[in-house]
Design a protein around this ligand. Structure first.
Ligand SMILES: Cc1ncc(COP(=O)(O)O)c(C=O)c1O
Length: 447
């Protein structure tokens, strides 16, 4: 379809988009009969792939039985069941789950909950600032954007964003402090303490981070002991720890939640995407006992809410999606297929000298591309490396998620590989064959 014929307000009017009419498993089909491997699960969200009939059947039945009620006057069986299910899936004893419709709402909810916790606990009205990291992404609402750290996305809306201090990311490949792990002594974690002291601990309510980064820095995975240091600092200054597991949750990284890699449990955990595998908009916030008890024993009311919070149709889809992820042991599958992808990328690096860094866990794998792996010199912006790779992939029938700008507003090429977590070994091999072909074409053009 020519973009000019459409009435849709696209996010990018400069791009021509194929019209997708059907999906099955890892494949998407357009109206001209072309087939694409969804190598990014949409926005790293369709964890169960496309055309899942069990979920379709559940949706139909639930819509016919009870599609909607509002939580101001009623609860419903699907919400009750899903809250128990996600807590059990987390393996932690979270006290309660607040349902929302997606990741940005989950971020806003967590920010508000952290503030209300201190108000209810001992009337600390100053404790409201949420510290987060540069190069993070927590969503596109004004609140979620305020705590996000992608400068390119924030710039235009800067006048609306509230004061939220940011610290450097644990980006070991290009350490912001020019040090190397472990001699660095986790300087980047130390910066959290410096920031809390600068802002005044009495003003800081929480530190929020994606335990393994998403697309801003392509699956940035901090050293194992980074979050233990962060947890200790939070505890020392009476600051809540919030993990944004919107992208990393529900098996994506090869564990149920990415927090398991670090042996650290946040006080508040946000989720979305994989919980319903995007068959229906759904997200949520899990909160631990002390946070929930403060609200219960205080006013008893969380001053918050959305029209779609806890609606039975979304929750029925969530129940079915999480049931399938558990039953089919898809976190284990993500770990296994992810190891294969990393192995292939390491082999490719020897042949195609543009792979600078391979990172991430499970099926959230990031690759950073450089013009010279020895010096980590990036490609110049005018080389258009990332766009060329995306186009080469599309021509071969491989849909990749946009990525880039890890260094500044114009440079730093990287991509995420994140197919549905029920991908088979044979499908993974095909995906990587196509990725290698696409990359070889770009190398041929640029080197
Ligand atoms: C880590 C993280 N948090 C929050 C969001 C925002 O989620 P949504 O687009 O559902 O609002 C995203 C979206 O990609 C994300 O990756």
């Amino acid at each position: 379809m020519k973009v000019t014929e459409s009435k849709v307000f696209y996010r990018n009017f400069n791009k021509r988009l194929s019209t997708i009419v059907r999906g099955k498993g890892i494949y998407l089909y357009d109206k001209d009969g072309r087939k694409y491997i969804d190598a990014c699960s949409g926005s790293v969200s369709a964890n169960l792939g496309h055309g899942n009939e069990e979920i379709a059947e559940t949706m139909g039945k639930q819509a016919a039985t009870l599609a909607y009620t509002h939580m101001h006057s009623f609860t419903n069986e699907q919400a009750e069941q899903l809250a128990r299910r996600v807590v059990e899936y987390s393996g932690q004893d979270y006290e309660a789950v607040y349902f929302v419709s997606g990741g940005s709402e989950a971020t806003d909810t967590a920010v508000k909950l952290a503030r209300q916790y201190y108000l209810e606990r001992d009337g600390r009205s100053c404790k409201h600032k949420v510290i987060s990291r540069w190069m993070s992404f927590h969503g596109n609402t004004i609140g979620a954007m305020s705590v996000s750290g992608k400068r390119g996305l924030r710039q235009k809306y800067d006048p609306y964003l509230f004061d939220s201090p940011h610290i450097e990311a644990p980006y070991c490949y290009r350490c912001p402090y020019d040090r190397s792990y472990p001699q660095c002594g986790l300087r980047c974690a130390q910066e959290l303490e410096n920031c809390i002291l600068r802002e005044g601990p009495e003003n800081v309510s929480a530190f929020m981070a994606e335990p393994i980064g998403g697309t801003s820095l392509s699956a940035l995975r901090p050293p194992d002991d980074y979050y233990r240091a962060v947890r200790e600092i939070c505890d020392r200054y009476d600051v809540l720890l919030i993990f944004d597991e919107v992208m990393t949750g529900f098996g994506r990284t090869g564990r149920h939640f990415a927090m398991e890699y670090f042996d650290v449990v946040p006080d508040i955990l946000t989720f979305a995407k994989g919980v319903s595998s995007c068959y229906f908009p759904l997200g949520g916030v899990m909160a631990d006992g002390r946070v929930v008890e403060a609200v219960k024993k205080g006013s008893g009311k969380f001053t918050h809410g959305y029209t779609y919070s806890g609606n039975p149709l979304a929750c029925a889809v969530g129940n079915k999606a999480v049931e399938i992820i558990q039953r089919e042991r898809l976190a284990e599958n993500a770990a296994k297929q992810g190891a294969y992808i990393k192995g292939r990328l390491a082999e490719m690096a020897a042949e195609l000298p543009v792979i600078g860094d391979i990172r991430g866990e499970g099926l959230l794998i990031g690759v950073e591309f450089v013009a010279d792996p020895a010096t980590k010199q990036p490609f110049p912006a005018k080389a258009g490396f990332n766009a060329k790779l995306e186009q080469a992939g599309m021509k071969l029938g491989l849909a990749l998620y946009p990525g880039g700008y890890s260094i500044n507003e114009t440079s730093g090429d990287h991509r995420i590989i994140s197919p549905p977590i029920n991908i088979t070994a044979a499908e993974c091999q095909l995906l990587m064959d196509l990725f290698q072909q696409a990359l070889a074409q770009v190398c041929h053009e640029l080197l």
